[in-house]
Ligand binder design. Sequence first.
Ligand code: SF4
Length: 455
Amino acid sequence: MLECVPEGKTEHTTGKINPAKTCQPIGAMYASLGIHGCLPHSHGSQGCCAYHRMHLTRHFRDQVLAASSSFTEGASVFGGASNLKTSIKNIFKIYNPDIIAVHTTCLSETIGDDIPNIIKQSEIPEGKIVIHTNTPSYVGSHITGFSNMCKSMVAYLAEAQGETKKEQVNVIPGFVNPGDMREIRRIVTALGVKLVMFPDTSGVLDAPLTSKYQMYPEGGTTIAEIRDSGNSEVTLALGAFASNAAADLLQEKCGVTGIPLKLPIGLKATDDFIMAVKDWFGADIPKEIAIERGQVIDTLIDTHFHYQGKTVAIFGDPDHVIAMTEFVITMGMVPKYVLTGTPGKEFEATVTKMLDEAGITGSRVKAEGDLFELHEWIREEKVDLMIGTTYGKYIARTEDIPLVRFGFPILDRAVHPLMPVVGYRGCLRLIEQISNAFLERRDRDALDEDFELVL
Ligand code: SF4
Protein backbone atom coordinates (compact mmCIF):
# COMPACT_ATOMS: atom_id res chain seq x y z
CA MET A 1 0.00 0.00 0.00
CA LEU A 2 1.20 3.53 -0.83
CA GLU A 3 4.10 2.10 -2.81
CA CYS A 4 3.57 4.95 -5.28
CA VAL A 5 4.92 7.46 -2.76
CA PRO A 6 8.38 8.00 -4.23
CA GLU A 7 11.57 7.73 -2.22
CA GLY A 8 13.21 11.09 -1.50
CA LYS A 9 11.89 14.60 -1.84
CA THR A 10 9.17 15.45 -4.38
CA GLU A 11 7.91 19.03 -4.67
CA HIS A 12 4.18 19.33 -5.15
CA THR A 13 3.19 22.95 -5.23
CA THR A 14 -0.40 22.69 -6.45
CA GLY A 15 -3.14 20.81 -4.68
CA LYS A 16 -2.96 18.46 -1.74
CA ILE A 17 -2.42 14.71 -1.65
CA ASN A 18 -4.12 13.01 1.30
CA PRO A 19 -5.14 16.27 3.02
CA ALA A 20 -4.77 16.55 6.78
CA LYS A 21 -8.05 18.50 7.03
CA THR A 22 -11.55 18.54 5.65
CA CYS A 23 -13.96 21.24 4.51
CA GLN A 24 -15.31 24.20 6.48
CA PRO A 25 -19.03 23.27 6.70
CA ILE A 26 -18.24 20.11 8.69
CA GLY A 27 -16.92 22.25 11.54
CA ALA A 28 -19.84 24.67 11.31
CA MET A 29 -22.31 21.77 11.35
CA TYR A 30 -20.62 20.24 14.39
CA ALA A 31 -20.66 23.55 16.29
CA SER A 32 -24.37 24.05 15.47
CA LEU A 33 -25.22 20.66 16.98
CA GLY A 34 -23.92 22.07 20.27
CA ILE A 35 -26.87 24.47 20.54
CA HIS A 36 -29.93 22.93 22.18
CA GLY A 37 -32.86 22.57 19.80
CA CYS A 38 -30.83 23.53 16.73
CA LEU A 39 -31.16 22.14 13.23
CA PRO A 40 -28.02 22.85 11.19
CA HIS A 41 -28.78 23.89 7.63
CA SER A 42 -26.41 23.51 4.71
CA HIS A 43 -26.96 26.12 2.00
CA GLY A 44 -25.85 24.25 -1.08
CA SER A 45 -26.34 20.90 -2.78
CA GLN A 46 -27.62 17.75 -1.08
CA GLY A 47 -24.31 16.07 -1.88
CA CYS A 48 -22.29 18.41 0.35
CA CYS A 49 -24.77 18.05 3.20
CA ALA A 50 -24.84 14.25 2.89
CA TYR A 51 -21.04 14.08 2.98
CA HIS A 52 -20.78 16.35 6.02
CA ARG A 53 -23.44 14.46 7.97
CA MET A 54 -21.86 11.13 7.06
CA HIS A 55 -18.39 12.25 8.12
CA LEU A 56 -19.64 13.40 11.52
CA THR A 57 -21.78 10.27 11.94
CA ARG A 58 -18.82 8.02 11.19
CA HIS A 59 -16.67 9.73 13.83
CA PHE A 60 -19.32 10.16 16.55
CA ARG A 61 -21.27 6.96 15.75
CA ASP A 62 -24.47 8.82 16.40
CA GLN A 63 -27.11 10.28 14.14
CA VAL A 64 -26.39 13.76 12.78
CA LEU A 65 -29.40 15.68 11.55
CA ALA A 66 -29.09 18.58 9.13
CA ALA A 67 -31.21 20.11 6.39
CA SER A 68 -30.12 21.22 2.93
CA SER A 69 -31.17 23.93 0.47
CA SER A 70 -31.00 21.16 -2.14
CA PHE A 71 -29.50 23.16 -4.98
CA THR A 72 -30.18 21.91 -8.49
CA GLU A 73 -29.07 23.43 -11.80
CA GLY A 74 -31.52 26.35 -11.46
CA ALA A 75 -30.18 27.48 -8.07
CA SER A 76 -26.62 27.10 -9.34
CA VAL A 77 -27.35 29.61 -12.11
CA PHE A 78 -29.84 32.00 -10.53
CA GLY A 79 -28.74 31.82 -6.87
CA GLY A 80 -30.20 29.99 -3.90
CA ALA A 81 -32.37 32.70 -2.29
CA SER A 82 -35.66 31.07 -3.16
CA ASN A 83 -34.43 27.63 -1.97
CA LEU A 84 -33.27 29.01 1.38
CA LYS A 85 -36.51 30.93 2.03
CA THR A 86 -38.56 27.81 1.24
CA SER A 87 -36.25 25.70 3.41
CA ILE A 88 -36.58 28.00 6.42
CA LYS A 89 -40.38 28.02 6.12
CA ASN A 90 -40.58 24.22 5.72
CA ILE A 91 -38.07 23.40 8.46
CA PHE A 92 -39.90 25.41 11.13
CA LYS A 93 -43.24 23.95 10.01
CA ILE A 94 -42.15 20.31 9.81
CA TYR A 95 -39.25 19.90 12.26
CA ASN A 96 -39.96 22.78 14.67
CA PRO A 97 -36.42 23.55 15.94
CA ASP A 98 -35.79 26.51 18.27
CA ILE A 99 -33.07 27.76 15.98
CA ILE A 100 -31.70 27.08 12.49
CA ALA A 101 -27.95 27.59 12.00
CA VAL A 102 -27.20 28.13 8.31
CA HIS A 103 -23.76 27.59 6.85
CA THR A 104 -22.74 27.98 3.24
CA THR A 105 -20.84 25.66 0.88
CA CYS A 106 -18.42 26.22 -1.99
CA LEU A 107 -21.27 26.49 -4.47
CA SER A 108 -23.38 29.12 -2.67
CA GLU A 109 -20.21 31.08 -1.82
CA THR A 110 -19.13 31.11 -5.46
CA ILE A 111 -22.59 32.28 -6.52
CA GLY A 112 -22.31 34.96 -3.82
CA ASP A 113 -25.67 34.51 -2.08
CA ASP A 114 -26.32 37.30 0.43
CA ILE A 115 -27.42 35.13 3.37
CA PRO A 116 -28.24 37.86 5.95
CA ASN A 117 -30.55 39.53 3.42
CA ILE A 118 -32.22 36.25 2.50
CA ILE A 119 -32.79 35.51 6.21
CA LYS A 120 -34.36 38.97 6.67
CA GLN A 121 -36.78 38.25 3.82
CA SER A 122 -37.70 34.78 5.20
CA GLU A 123 -40.80 33.79 7.18
CA ILE A 124 -39.51 33.12 10.70
CA PRO A 125 -42.16 32.20 13.29
CA GLU A 126 -42.41 34.31 16.47
CA GLY A 127 -39.80 33.29 19.03
CA LYS A 128 -37.72 31.30 16.54
CA ILE A 129 -34.21 32.26 15.40
CA VAL A 130 -32.07 31.84 12.28
CA ILE A 131 -28.32 32.49 12.43
CA HIS A 132 -25.72 32.01 9.72
CA THR A 133 -22.03 31.83 8.97
CA ASN A 134 -20.01 31.82 5.76
CA THR A 135 -17.96 28.67 5.23
CA PRO A 136 -16.37 28.58 1.78
CA SER A 137 -14.37 25.38 1.65
CA TYR A 138 -11.62 26.71 -0.57
CA VAL A 139 -10.48 28.69 2.50
CA GLY A 140 -9.32 27.26 5.83
CA SER A 141 -10.56 23.89 7.09
CA HIS A 142 -13.26 22.31 9.27
CA ILE A 143 -11.60 24.11 12.20
CA THR A 144 -12.14 27.47 10.46
CA GLY A 145 -15.79 26.48 9.96
CA PHE A 146 -16.15 25.60 13.66
CA SER A 147 -14.56 28.92 14.61
CA ASN A 148 -16.81 30.86 12.22
CA MET A 149 -19.99 29.30 13.61
CA CYS A 150 -18.89 30.01 17.23
CA LYS A 151 -18.27 33.61 16.19
CA SER A 152 -21.74 33.78 14.66
CA MET A 153 -23.30 32.51 17.90
CA VAL A 154 -21.74 35.52 19.61
CA ALA A 155 -22.64 37.93 16.79
CA TYR A 156 -26.30 36.89 16.66
CA LEU A 157 -27.06 35.90 20.24
CA ALA A 158 -24.70 37.22 22.96
CA GLU A 159 -25.98 40.27 24.84
CA ALA A 160 -24.63 42.36 27.72
CA GLN A 161 -27.35 43.56 30.11
CA GLY A 162 -25.17 46.36 31.48
CA GLU A 163 -21.73 47.16 32.82
CA THR A 164 -21.99 44.80 35.82
CA LYS A 165 -20.79 41.30 35.09
CA LYS A 166 -21.90 38.02 36.65
CA GLU A 167 -19.47 35.81 38.53
CA GLN A 168 -19.44 33.18 35.80
CA VAL A 169 -16.98 31.96 33.19
CA ASN A 170 -17.61 31.34 29.51
CA VAL A 171 -15.74 28.40 28.05
CA ILE A 172 -15.41 27.95 24.30
CA PRO A 173 -14.15 24.36 24.27
CA GLY A 174 -12.82 24.02 20.72
CA PHE A 175 -13.48 21.19 18.26
CA VAL A 176 -13.34 18.38 20.82
CA ASN A 177 -15.51 15.34 21.47
CA PRO A 178 -18.68 15.44 23.60
CA GLY A 179 -16.81 13.39 26.21
CA ASP A 180 -14.22 16.18 26.41
CA MET A 181 -16.88 18.86 26.77
CA ARG A 182 -18.50 16.85 29.57
CA GLU A 183 -15.09 16.62 31.31
CA ILE A 184 -14.39 20.36 30.94
CA ARG A 185 -17.79 21.07 32.52
CA ARG A 186 -17.04 18.63 35.36
CA ILE A 187 -13.70 20.29 36.14
CA VAL A 188 -15.04 23.87 36.20
CA THR A 189 -18.06 22.78 38.26
CA ALA A 190 -15.75 20.98 40.71
CA LEU A 191 -13.93 24.31 41.17
CA GLY A 192 -17.25 25.79 42.27
CA VAL A 193 -17.52 28.27 39.38
CA LYS A 194 -20.67 28.77 37.30
CA LEU A 195 -20.03 28.24 33.62
CA VAL A 196 -21.56 28.90 30.25
CA MET A 197 -20.00 26.59 27.68
CA PHE A 198 -20.82 26.96 24.03
CA PRO A 199 -21.08 24.99 21.90
CA ASP A 200 -21.65 21.85 23.96
CA THR A 201 -22.37 18.65 22.08
CA SER A 202 -22.49 16.50 25.23
CA GLY A 203 -25.98 15.12 25.63
CA VAL A 204 -26.46 15.51 21.88
CA LEU A 205 -23.83 13.29 20.24
CA ASP A 206 -23.26 11.09 23.29
CA ALA A 207 -26.91 10.98 24.38
CA PRO A 208 -28.08 7.77 26.07
CA LEU A 209 -30.36 5.38 24.25
CA THR A 210 -33.87 5.70 25.62
CA SER A 211 -37.04 4.06 24.44
CA LYS A 212 -38.31 7.39 23.11
CA TYR A 213 -37.12 9.17 19.95
CA GLN A 214 -36.16 12.80 20.56
CA MET A 215 -35.42 14.90 17.52
CA TYR A 216 -33.64 17.43 19.74
CA PRO A 217 -31.89 15.66 22.63
CA GLU A 218 -31.66 17.25 26.06
CA GLY A 219 -28.03 18.35 25.64
CA GLY A 220 -26.58 21.42 24.02
CA THR A 221 -26.19 25.00 25.19
CA THR A 222 -29.52 26.81 25.34
CA ILE A 223 -30.09 30.04 23.44
CA ALA A 224 -30.65 31.78 26.79
CA GLU A 225 -27.22 30.62 28.00
CA ILE A 226 -25.47 31.88 24.87
CA ARG A 227 -27.29 35.21 25.28
CA ASP A 228 -26.10 35.33 28.89
CA SER A 229 -22.46 34.77 27.86
CA GLY A 230 -22.32 38.53 27.28
CA ASN A 231 -22.82 39.03 31.04
CA SER A 232 -19.93 36.80 32.15
CA GLU A 233 -16.74 38.19 33.65
CA VAL A 234 -14.34 36.21 31.51
CA THR A 235 -14.12 33.85 28.53
CA LEU A 236 -11.60 31.02 28.35
CA ALA A 237 -10.91 30.32 24.67
CA LEU A 238 -9.54 26.78 24.47
CA GLY A 239 -7.44 26.41 21.33
CA ALA A 240 -6.48 29.49 19.35
CA PHE A 241 -7.63 28.21 15.97
CA ALA A 242 -11.13 27.11 16.99
CA SER A 243 -12.01 29.48 19.82
CA ASN A 244 -10.10 32.78 19.81
CA ALA A 245 -12.24 34.52 17.17
CA ALA A 246 -15.48 34.06 19.16
CA ALA A 247 -13.80 35.15 22.42
CA ASP A 248 -12.36 38.26 20.74
CA LEU A 249 -15.80 39.20 19.39
CA LEU A 250 -17.36 38.64 22.82
CA GLN A 251 -14.79 41.02 24.30
CA GLU A 252 -15.44 43.62 21.61
CA LYS A 253 -19.24 43.30 21.62
CA CYS A 254 -20.00 42.74 25.32
CA GLY A 255 -16.81 43.71 27.18
CA VAL A 256 -16.12 40.15 28.43
CA THR A 257 -12.38 39.64 29.05
CA GLY A 258 -11.00 36.91 26.80
CA ILE A 259 -8.16 34.63 27.92
CA PRO A 260 -6.61 32.49 25.16
CA LEU A 261 -5.40 29.07 26.32
CA LYS A 262 -4.32 25.81 24.74
CA LEU A 263 -6.76 22.91 24.64
CA PRO A 264 -6.40 21.38 28.13
CA ILE A 265 -4.72 18.25 26.74
CA GLY A 266 -1.64 17.17 28.68
CA LEU A 267 -0.32 18.09 32.10
CA LYS A 268 0.80 21.69 31.55
CA ALA A 269 -2.17 22.76 29.44
CA THR A 270 -4.56 21.28 32.03
CA ASP A 271 -2.65 23.05 34.83
CA ASP A 272 -2.93 26.33 32.90
CA PHE A 273 -6.69 25.86 32.38
CA ILE A 274 -7.39 25.07 36.02
CA MET A 275 -5.11 27.87 37.27
CA ALA A 276 -6.87 30.37 35.00
CA VAL A 277 -10.20 29.56 36.68
CA LYS A 278 -8.57 29.50 40.15
CA ASP A 279 -6.75 32.80 39.68
CA TRP A 280 -9.68 34.70 38.20
CA PHE A 281 -12.33 33.56 40.69
CA GLY A 282 -10.15 32.77 43.70
CA ALA A 283 -11.46 29.20 43.56
CA ASP A 284 -10.04 26.45 45.76
CA ILE A 285 -8.64 23.39 44.02
CA PRO A 286 -10.85 20.54 45.26
CA LYS A 287 -9.24 17.39 46.63
CA GLU A 288 -10.60 15.21 43.80
CA ILE A 289 -8.76 17.33 41.19
CA ALA A 290 -5.53 17.39 43.23
CA ILE A 291 -5.71 13.58 43.51
CA GLU A 292 -6.20 13.23 39.74
CA ARG A 293 -3.12 15.41 39.09
CA GLY A 294 -1.08 13.34 41.55
CA GLN A 295 -2.15 10.17 39.73
CA VAL A 296 -0.86 11.61 36.44
CA ILE A 297 2.55 12.39 37.98
CA ASP A 298 2.71 8.93 39.55
CA THR A 299 1.78 7.27 36.26
CA LEU A 300 4.37 9.27 34.33
CA ILE A 301 7.03 8.04 36.74
CA ASP A 302 5.77 4.44 36.53
CA THR A 303 5.70 4.33 32.74
CA HIS A 304 8.38 6.73 31.49
CA PHE A 305 10.77 3.99 30.41
CA HIS A 306 8.25 2.81 27.80
CA TYR A 307 8.41 6.02 25.78
CA GLN A 308 11.38 8.08 27.04
CA GLY A 309 13.44 9.36 24.10
CA LYS A 310 11.18 7.85 21.40
CA THR A 311 10.52 9.87 18.27
CA VAL A 312 6.98 10.69 17.22
CA ALA A 313 5.08 12.18 14.26
CA ILE A 314 2.02 14.19 15.31
CA PHE A 315 -0.57 15.32 12.78
CA GLY A 316 -4.18 16.56 12.70
CA ASP A 317 -6.00 19.70 13.79
CA PRO A 318 -3.77 22.56 14.92
CA ASP A 319 -5.13 23.02 18.45
CA HIS A 320 -4.95 19.27 19.10
CA VAL A 321 -1.48 18.95 17.63
CA ILE A 322 -0.08 21.93 19.58
CA ALA A 323 -1.37 20.57 22.91
CA MET A 324 -0.20 17.02 22.14
CA THR A 325 3.26 18.25 21.14
CA GLU A 326 3.59 19.99 24.50
CA PHE A 327 2.47 16.83 26.29
CA VAL A 328 4.85 14.43 24.53
CA ILE A 329 7.72 16.82 25.32
CA THR A 330 6.64 16.63 28.99
CA MET A 331 6.73 12.84 28.64
CA GLY A 332 10.32 12.95 27.40
CA MET A 333 9.53 12.02 23.80
CA VAL A 334 10.88 13.79 20.72
CA PRO A 335 8.29 15.31 18.33
CA LYS A 336 10.16 14.69 15.09
CA TYR A 337 7.43 15.70 12.62
CA VAL A 338 4.56 18.02 13.53
CA LEU A 339 2.02 18.79 10.83
CA THR A 340 -1.46 20.22 10.36
CA GLY A 341 -3.55 20.69 7.24
CA THR A 342 -5.17 23.88 8.52
CA PRO A 343 -3.44 27.07 7.36
CA GLY A 344 -2.05 29.60 9.87
CA LYS A 345 1.50 30.81 10.45
CA GLU A 346 1.05 30.87 14.24
CA PHE A 347 1.00 27.06 14.23
CA GLU A 348 4.59 26.82 13.08
CA ALA A 349 5.68 29.66 15.38
CA THR A 350 4.02 28.09 18.45
CA VAL A 351 5.37 24.58 17.88
CA THR A 352 8.86 25.79 16.95
CA LYS A 353 9.00 27.84 20.16
CA MET A 354 8.06 24.78 22.23
CA LEU A 355 10.74 22.68 20.55
CA ASP A 356 13.37 25.40 21.00
CA GLU A 357 12.53 25.79 24.68
CA ALA A 358 12.88 22.03 25.12
CA GLY A 359 16.24 22.06 23.30
CA ILE A 360 14.93 19.73 20.57
CA THR A 361 16.61 20.21 17.19
CA GLY A 362 16.16 18.65 13.76
CA SER A 363 12.34 18.46 13.84
CA ARG A 364 10.09 19.44 10.95
CA VAL A 365 7.01 21.56 11.55
CA LYS A 366 4.44 22.51 8.92
CA ALA A 367 1.02 24.17 8.66
CA GLU A 368 -1.11 23.58 5.57
CA GLY A 369 0.76 20.35 4.90
CA ASP A 370 -0.62 17.00 3.75
CA LEU A 371 -0.06 13.37 4.60
CA PHE A 372 1.85 12.71 1.38
CA GLU A 373 4.49 15.09 2.66
CA LEU A 374 4.44 13.52 6.10
CA HIS A 375 4.99 10.13 4.47
CA GLU A 376 7.96 11.49 2.53
CA TRP A 377 9.53 12.76 5.76
CA ILE A 378 8.96 9.38 7.42
CA ARG A 379 10.53 7.64 4.43
CA GLU A 380 13.62 9.83 4.86
CA GLU A 381 13.88 9.11 8.58
CA LYS A 382 11.47 6.83 10.41
CA VAL A 383 9.80 7.58 13.74
CA ASP A 384 8.91 5.22 16.58
CA LEU A 385 5.26 6.29 16.86
CA MET A 386 2.57 8.19 14.97
CA ILE A 387 -0.16 10.14 16.80
CA GLY A 388 -3.05 11.43 14.71
CA THR A 389 -6.26 10.68 12.87
CA THR A 390 -7.43 7.54 11.10
CA TYR A 391 -6.08 8.88 7.81
CA GLY A 392 -2.58 8.09 9.06
CA LYS A 393 -3.27 4.34 9.16
CA TYR A 394 -2.10 3.81 5.59
CA ILE A 395 1.31 5.31 6.35
CA ALA A 396 1.43 3.41 9.65
CA ARG A 397 0.76 0.10 7.87
CA THR A 398 3.14 0.74 4.99
CA GLU A 399 6.00 1.81 7.24
CA ASP A 400 5.11 -0.55 10.11
CA ILE A 401 4.81 2.16 12.76
CA PRO A 402 2.30 2.01 15.64
CA LEU A 403 -0.47 4.65 15.40
CA VAL A 404 -2.22 6.13 18.42
CA ARG A 405 -5.53 7.49 17.17
CA PHE A 406 -6.13 11.04 18.34
CA GLY A 407 -8.21 13.99 17.09
CA PHE A 408 -10.78 14.21 14.32
CA PRO A 409 -11.75 12.11 12.47
CA ILE A 410 -11.35 8.66 13.99
CA LEU A 411 -13.38 6.42 11.72
CA ASP A 412 -12.10 2.96 12.57
CA ARG A 413 -12.27 2.76 16.34
CA ALA A 414 -15.20 2.80 18.76
CA VAL A 415 -16.18 4.56 22.02
CA HIS A 416 -13.58 7.35 21.67
CA PRO A 417 -16.14 10.24 21.45
CA LEU A 418 -17.23 9.44 25.00
CA MET A 419 -13.75 9.11 26.48
CA PRO A 420 -12.10 12.42 27.34
CA VAL A 421 -8.54 13.28 26.37
CA VAL A 422 -8.76 16.64 28.18
CA GLY A 423 -8.00 17.23 31.85
CA TYR A 424 -5.99 14.96 34.13
CA ARG A 425 -8.25 11.98 33.37
CA GLY A 426 -7.49 12.61 29.71
CA CYS A 427 -3.75 12.63 30.51
CA LEU A 428 -4.06 9.17 32.04
CA ARG A 429 -5.86 7.88 28.96
CA LEU A 430 -3.20 9.28 26.63
CA ILE A 431 -0.36 7.85 28.71
CA GLU A 432 -2.14 4.49 28.67
CA GLN A 433 -2.57 4.55 24.89
CA ILE A 434 1.01 5.68 24.18
CA SER A 435 2.65 3.31 26.68
CA ASN A 436 0.62 0.35 25.54
CA ALA A 437 1.33 1.05 21.87
CA PHE A 438 5.04 0.56 22.64
CA LEU A 439 4.40 -2.51 24.81
CA GLU A 440 2.24 -4.10 22.09
CA ARG A 441 5.01 -3.51 19.59
CA ARG A 442 7.59 -5.02 21.94
CA ASP A 443 5.48 -8.15 22.44
CA ARG A 444 4.90 -8.50 18.71
CA ASP A 445 8.58 -8.20 17.84
CA ALA A 446 10.02 -10.21 20.74
CA LEU A 447 11.93 -13.41 20.05
CA ASP A 448 10.60 -16.41 21.98
CA GLU A 449 13.43 -16.19 24.49
CA ASP A 450 12.72 -12.48 25.09
CA PHE A 451 8.92 -12.77 25.32
CA GLU A 452 8.25 -11.58 28.89
CA LEU A 453 5.20 -11.92 31.11
CA VAL A 454 5.92 -8.69 32.91
CA LEU A 455 6.94 -5.56 31.00
S1 SF4 B 1 -18.12 21.20 -2.60
FE1 SF4 B 1 -17.07 22.36 -1.01
S2 SF4 B 1 -18.47 22.33 0.75
FE2 SF4 B 1 -19.16 20.74 -0.67
S3 SF4 B 1 -18.14 18.88 0.10
FE3 SF4 B 1 -16.83 19.75 -1.50
S4 SF4 B 1 -15.34 21.02 -0.39
FE4 SF4 B 1 -17.07 20.62 1.00
